[in-house]
Every structure is written in structure tokens, then in C-alpha cells.
Design a protein around this ligand. Structure first.
Ligand SMILES: C[S@@+](CC[C@H](N)C(=O)[O-])C[C@H]1O[C@@H](n2cnc3c(N)ncnc32)[C@H](O)[C@@H]1O
Length: 311
């Protein structure tokens, strides 16, 4: 299958990342290589790009598509949360910018046997890195009901979480839930028909919650942001594109925390912490895609971009 991904908010991402020749950059989410190509072009003739993905298929496909950039493109199989250690292993201790374009790629959603989609029946997997960690089937069949409720409510923002978890637990006592199709049927049975939203498949939220849990997406994001900011040279930029409120909140709070000076309790008359801001926030409000982009790329509709510059 062809591996394509129209990069989301391409102009804004380049504007804030500001790649230059001679710089070293990280694309933490290589995917189809759309943003990576833009960064490599903008940093020609000698900028270096370290591109991470947890998905070996993405690395293989993007490696072929970006072969023309030769040694300037350096793919790394791994979680961007571990970028500091991975780069150190390659002798790199500082970078001029990083980009994270969160979530799953169109390719992952469109490849039925990865189990990300509720549109086709497939094994219930949902791992970005198919070589490690528990699958969605493992979680659905093994977690206590209360933990399933938490995942579906907190990460999926599903108000019917309790009923969905209850129905899953009832179903798995008969036979383990091993496929996306069976899970979709269970969810449809759990959410009363009258409560189905007009333009949202009833399984959307539960699938999102499970995917986030399977891949520890929020934990990876927190660690990745800290690692990326720690690696930036002064003047280097960090850019993050997120697609739902949970991610965006983590990005906003993390950037705000790193931009703060004194962190002493308010009632202290004098600063005793000596804490200095690490970054300047470049996007007081998250940037949003323009109408032309959302009209042609539905995935862009919920995108929010935030950026910082290292001080
Ligand atoms: C939305 S796609 C990126 C698309 C890419 N920007 C492009 O223009 O083609 C996200 C990709 O990042 C990968 N990914 C998500 N979280 C990751 C993480 N914590 N570490 C490494 N890769 C991750 C996914 O496997 C997926 O291939």
C-alpha cells in the first residue's frame, strides 16, 4: 500500500520551526514523511534531520521516499520520549528544533490489520510499535472493569464509559474480545441508540481511549516535551501539533511551566527559588489551520499548533 500523509499545518509548522541550513532538527513523528520532507528542503543544503517513529513500517516507507536527501535524513526506530538517549547514542547533545505531529498516521488508520479503525474488522491490536507492549485486546480482556472505565472516560472522553466497560466485561466472560468488529458491536449495544451522535461513530471515543492507553500516548508526550526542550540550543524551537484537548492541555501546561520564572509561593516577599524561564512561548493562543486546509484535509480540522523558543 502506498504510504502517504498530507502534512497538517505545513506553513505554520515551518514558520515556527524555522529550519536553517547547518541546523540539526528532530521530527519526532515521521509518519509518511510529509513534514520531514519540508524540514529537509528548508534546511538544505546541509541541515540534518533525525526522524523518529515507533512504527517500523513508517520508517521503511519514509526512508524510501526521502532517500534523495541521503545522509541528511537519519531515521531512528523508537519513541520520541527517548529522543535524548537515542541522540546521545549517536553523539548528539543539542538540536536547533523539534516537531511533534501527534497521533496516528493515515496509513496506520487505513491498514486494516493494525486494528486502529472501527470501520473494518481486524485483530484488536492498536500498537504503533507492533514489536512491543500489550495490544488493545490484552487491555480489553485483562484489565479490571474500573480501569477500563477510567481509560474510556478519561482518554476517550466517553460519557457512556461505565456502560461500555460493563458490556465489555460481560462479553469477555463468554469469549475473549479479539477483533475490532466484536468490540464495535459491544459498544453499539452499550450506548443507547438515541444517544448516538449524528456525525460521530459510536465507537470513536472508546477506540481513541484504548489507543491512547495502548501506546501510553500522554506519558510519551510529557517525556518527549521535556526531552525536546532539554536538547534545544538557545534560539532553538519546539513545535507541537495536537489533535484533542487532552494532548493540547499537556502541551499548553508544559510550555507554560517551562516559560515560568520564579516558582516561589505567592506569599513569599522575595524570590528564593532562583528558577529561570527555559523558553519563551511563541503562540499565546494555539494556532489553528486555515479554512482552505480544513476544506481539503479533514484530519486538520481539530489541529492545534503550539510553539516555544529556547532562551
Ligand atoms: C500523525 S503521524 C505523523 C505524520 C507526519 N508528520 C507526516 O507529515 O507524514 C504520527 C506518526 O508518529 C508516530 N508516533 C506517534 N507517537 C509517537 C511516539 N511517541 N514516538 C515515536 N513515534 C510516534 C506514529 O507511529 C505515526 O507514524
Amino acid at each position: 500500500m502506498e504510504f502517504r500523509h498530507a502534512p497538517v499545518m505545513p506553513e505554520e509548522a515551518l514558520h515556527f520551526l524555522n529550519p536553517r541550513s547547518g541546523g540539526a532538527y528532530v521530527d519526532g513523528t515521521l509518519g509518511g514523511g510529509g513534514h520531514s520532507r519540508l524540514i529537509l528542503e528548508a534546511s538544505s543544503p546541509d541541515g540534518i534531520l533525525y526522524a523518529f517513529d515507533r512504527d517500523q513500517d513508517a520508517l521503511t516507507a519514509a526512508g524510501e521516499r526521502l532517500a534523495e536527501f541521503g545522509d541528511r535524513f537519519r531515521p531512528i526506530h523508537g519513541n520520541f520520549a527517548a529522543m535524548a538517549d537515542c541522540l546521545l547514542a549517536a553523539g548528539v547533545t543539542g538540536i536547533d528544533g523539534f516537531l511533534l505531529d501527534l497521533g496516528v498516521s493515515s496509513h496506520q488508520l487505513d491498514t486494516a490489520d493494525r486494528g486502529f479503525s472501527f470501520q473494518t474488522d481486524a485483530p484488536l491490536d492498536m500498537r504503533m510499535d507492533t514489536g512491543s507492549g500489550p495490544t488493545a485486546a490484552d487491555l480489553v480482556n485483562e484489565l479490571p472493569e474500573a480501569e477500563l472505565v477510567r481509560i474510556i472516560r478519561e482518554y476517550g472522553e466517553e460519557r457512556w464509559a461505565q456502560r461500555v466497560a460493563r458490556f465489555i466485561v460481560l462479553a469477555r466472560t463468554e469469549t475473549p474480545v479479539m477483533t475490532t468488529g466484536r468490540l464495535v458491536d459491544i459498544i453499539k449495544g452499550a450506548i443507547p441508540r438515541g444517544a448516538w451522535e449524528e456525525r460521530l461513530h459510536p465507537a470513536t471515543r472508546t477506540f481513541q481511549g484504548l489507543r491512547i492507553a495502548v501506546n501510553d500516548e500522554l506519558g510519551s508526550l510529557e517525556r518527549g516535551l521535556a526531552a525536546g526542550i532539554g536538547l534545544l540550543h538557545p534560539g532553538g524551537r519546539g513545535v507541537v501539533i495536537s489533535f484533542h484537548s487532552l494532548e493540547d492541555r499537556i502541551v499548553k501546561l508544559s510550555f507554560r511551566e517551562q516559560a515560568r520564572g520564579c516558582i516561589c509561593p505567592r506569599e513569599l516577599p522575595l524570590c528564593g527559588c532562583g528558577h529561570v524561564p527555559e523558553v519563551t512561548i511563541l503562540t499565546r493562543r494555539a494556532a489553528r489551520p486555515g479554512e482552505a486546509e480544513t476544506a481539503t484535509n479533514p484530519r486538520a480540522r481539530s489541529a492545534r499548533l503550539r510553539a516555544v523558543e529556547k532562551r
